[in-house]
Write a protein that binds this ligand. Structure first.
Ligand code: HEM
Length: 279
């Protein structure tokens, strides 16, 4: 039996929203096939207008998610996960509902803009939702159960142990210590483009070879600590990179959704004023 906490938002409450949407779409498709208006199916028939109104309400609901997420995180009805589940499935369903509204007519005119913008928003949403679902598990595997904060603390702790090991040693040992203790202050470019820290094996070998014999074992230990620290640095950068990319994605999905709303408003306004002037 799957517990709700283990499910991601796609499968929230045993795919409750997916089932609800499939049921609703089946009913709406049935209504569409049953209805045979004079002049053919299009967005201006009674059923076309009803479906258009449902689609508009759907978009309003999707936009409300942004408000729900920001301003009533701890209060309000339902969990945020449930809301996101509804958001995702209703969003996908709109891609099918709008053609039912327009009678599958899509011309190269002003009315195509809201639909195309909506499809682009849906596509970006699907990509983002997939990234959301796959990212945490990937990050957890990379972190070996460490949080980003604990990762940074451990990087610092290892650096201190390395400095302690290198104190009162030869200048060759100090050179090795300086090389293996990579400075961890990742730039924005490193985070965004996921540039990993690297230590060249040949360089390390020659630095190790230059050590006085009695410092060689400590040199090996220092290299091992450096490698562990480097691994943690790269883990932290990879995680920060994933988080930054998700943020950038959201800044794409959000303006797209607003553009879609603006196009829908223009479409509704145009269609309704055209209808009233045609009477
Ligand atoms: C016309 C279609 C859509 C509109 C208008 C829309 C709109 C929005 C809005 C307003 C937000 C809130 C952003 C914020 O304030 O931070 C959002 C977030 C999101 N949307 Fe959509 N969306 C649409 C379709 C979809 C689809 C189809 C999916 C996935 C299949 C999706 C997945 C997401 C995800 C994953 C988030 C981020 C959730 C979070 O950070 O909590 N969206 N969307």
């Amino acid at each position: 039996m799957t517990r709700d906490a283990d499910e991601n938002f796609f499968g929230h409450r045993r795919f409750l929203w997916l089932w609800a949407i499939l049921l609703a779409l089946t009913g709406l498709a049935g209504g569409y096939l049953y209805n045979k208006p004079i002049g053919g199916r299009n967005g201006g028939t009674r059923l076309g207008l009803i479906y258009g109104a449902i689609a508009t309400a759907g978009i309003a609901f999707l936009m409300w998610y942004g408000v729900r997420k920001r301003y009533s995180y701890a209060s309000g009805s339902g969990t945020l996960k449930g809301w996101l589940s509804a958001h995702v499935w209703i969003g996908v369903a709109l891609g099918l509902l709008v053609p039912l509204h327009s009678g599958f007519h899509l011309g190269w005119n002003v009315h195509a803009a809201p639909y195309l913008l909506m499809l682009a928003t849906i596509a970006s949403g699907i990509w983002g939702a997939y990234a959301y679902v796959s990212m945490p598990s990937r990050m957890e595997a990379r972190r070996e159960g460490l949080s980003l904060r604990r990762c940074a603390t451990e990087i610092e702790t290892i650096a201190k142990s390395m400095a302690a090991l290198a104190s009162d040693k030869s200048s060759a040992f100090s050179a090795l210590a300086a090389r293996v203790t990579v400075p961890f202050n990742p730039s924005l470019v490193r985070i965004l483009f996921l540039e990993r820290y690297v230590l060249k094996e040949e360089e390390l070998s020659s630095l190790l070879a230059s050590l006085p014999k009695h410092e060689y074992q400590d040199g090996l230990e220092l290299t091992r600590m450096g490698a562990r620290r480097l691994h943690l640095c790269n883990t932290a950068v990879a995680e920060a990179s994933a988080l930054a990319r998700m943020r950038i994605w959201l800044y794409l999905h959000l303006p797209m959704s607003f553009a879609c709303v603006a196009a829908v408003v223009a479409h509704v306004f145009w269609a309704l004023s055209f209808r009233s002037s045609a009477r």
